[in-house]
Design a protein. Sequence first.
Length: 253
Amino acid sequence: MSGGSSRPGGKQLSPLKQRVYVVRNEAFVFRRLVNKALFQRRVQGDVVDRFTQAYYDGALFGETRAETTWLGVRTDKCPLDLWIYQEMLHELRPDVIVETGTAFGGSALFLASMCDLLDHGRVITIDLQEFEGRPEHPRVEYVAGSSTDPEIVQRIETEVDGAGVVMVVLDSNHTRDHVLAELRAYAPLVTPGSYIVAEDTILNGHPVSPEFGPGPMEAVEDFLRERGDFEVDERREKLYLTFNRRGFLRRKA
């Protein structure tokens, strides 16, 4: 048989009907794409923004992130971002995770726990302050000092030298100048295909704390203008609620 095509049911179509069928199918696919775009715009521009503000500001009353813990240790993070981190660690199998901004040590403990499950990797975490009661873990190394101090940076460079996969998480001082200095200092340590994550890019009205002033989001934009070997990986924002919008920066392979 020639000159016709068939639908899934097997019935032959004339060339004209075949064309109509294709056009209708293409229109259906187009409507789905448009509807998805409208859905994402509506959700991200309204529901997610409002929920992000409510969730973030809940800490002012000792709720939400202020009482989020991992194995009893405060993490002060969005749990959905922690979920994304475990996915990243499973995919990347980093040898070393460098964290700036240790605070209570909850996020370092979480990352180390994931390394335990993977039976691979360790965490180096840096902070100016040394909080009492930080958890001890064989995969966690605490470093006291400023993350942008040249001596600290050089020490970390030495520590990760020769590591197969290096990942960096920035969660210390959130002013633009400090985050940009961190990005410049630690980006060279990130191995191709891995990430440097600028946390709390939602500050300065993106959408929380509009009074904050230039912060991580502005630092990320400046950094991306400087370097072409990093890109925003929006797949890591797939759970909608994240403190790190445009902050998952992947080094191109």
